[in-house]
Design a binder for this molecule. Structure first.
Ligand code: ADP
Length: 293
């Protein structure tokens, strides 16, 4: 029998999917799929992609959590409209994540003041991540999206070793320099046997807010080229659109802020690709009754 192309597969993006998880499986027992969002360097839109992927997944009626583990610059309090909010402790001593846009959200930013340490050493990172994974009342989730700190140093490695990850998404921009960064990211995940679900190219092209014209201000196609060279899937390209930045600043990522926008659509398409890849990497297809070939 000839297998259909992945685009033709009827994917029910419901709550049935449970990918394979690599790492400490005693943590996050109620979470079916743990997805890390990483980037080689800061400022490429990693947090923006993490927040919008999480929202796109939750639009399908799944239960989703978002963990901002970017210890160097937590941006989810702003991006999710939760500035100055503090999580509370539940009766059994667990930390209750905050709720926003129908998702559970936890961030370093809720716990750290302005005097946050700039340098985190391995053991400290390990401890705080253990707490986020083991002592936050995440409940039963279909997807937990983790926004990792940028780069591939010790802190990132500790994180990827500690969290029971189903897969990782690497965010790049179209510039050539990202190839090196993406390669480093890929190696980091390979080192801990976490499958790279694919590459998202953010800020791919510019969409004029007035006429809707598309301009490729950076060299277009870098993400696709990187994915081909590294032999990992290309998950999609996200335009530079003012609604993306606006939504992020106003506490409502573009998928909810401007649901009809091209960027919101692009994020939804990426989310579908992410789920397809989770299915492919799942070692036991009996665990994914939603998959119909
Ligand atoms: P990172 O997490 O990689 O440091 P952020 O997600 O914080 O990057 O994004 C950096 C800035 O770029 C933010 O102000 C964000 O709103 C903006 N941004 C990210 N992606 C886009 C996009 N596709 N279009 C417009 N602005 C974007």
């Amino acid at each position: 029998m000839e297998l259909p192309e992945i685009d033709q597969v009827n994917i029910e993006v419901g709550s049935q999917i449970r990918g394979r998880r690599v790492g400490n499986d005693s943590l996050l027992q109620g979470v079916k799929n743990v997805i890390a969002v990483a980037s080689g360097k800061g400022g490429v839109g990693k947090s923006t992609v993490a927040a919008n992927l999480a929202l796109a997944l939750s639009e399908w009626g799944t239960s989703v959590g978002l963990l901002d583990a970017d210890i160097y610059g937590p941006s989810m309090p702003t991006m999710m409209g939760l500035l100055n909010e503090k999580p509370t402790a539940s009766a059994d001593g667990l930390i209750e994540p905050l709720r926003r846009h129908d998702m559970s959200v936890m961030s370093m930013g809720f716990l750290l003041g302005d005097d946050a340490p700039v340098i985190w050493r391995g053991p400290m990172v390990h401890k705080i991540i253990q707490q986020f994974l083991g002592q936050v009342n995440w409940g039963a989730l279909d997807y937990l999206v983790i926004d990792l700190p940028p780069g591939t140093g010790d802190a990132q490695l500790t994180l990827t070793q500690t969290a029971p990850l189903s897969g990782a998404v690497i965010v790049t921009t179209p510039q050539d320099v990202s190839l090196l960064d993406a390669r480093k990211g890929l190696r980091m995940f390979q080192q801990v046997n976490v499958p790279v679900l694919g590459i998202v190219e953010n800020m791919s092209y510019y969409l004029c807010p007035h006429c809707g014209d598309r301009a490729e201000i950076f060299r277009h196609g870098g993400g696709k080229k990187v994915s081909e060279e590294l032999n990992v899937p290309f998950l999609g390209e996200i335009p530079i659109e003012s609604a993306v930045a606006e939504g992020g600043d106003q506490g409502a990522p573009v998928v909810t802020h401007a649901p009809e926008s091209a960027a919101a659509d692009a994020f939804r398409s990426c989310a579908r690709q992410v789920v397809s890849q989770l299915m492919i990497h799942s070692f036991d297809s009996a665990e994914i009754p939603g998959l119909k070939l």
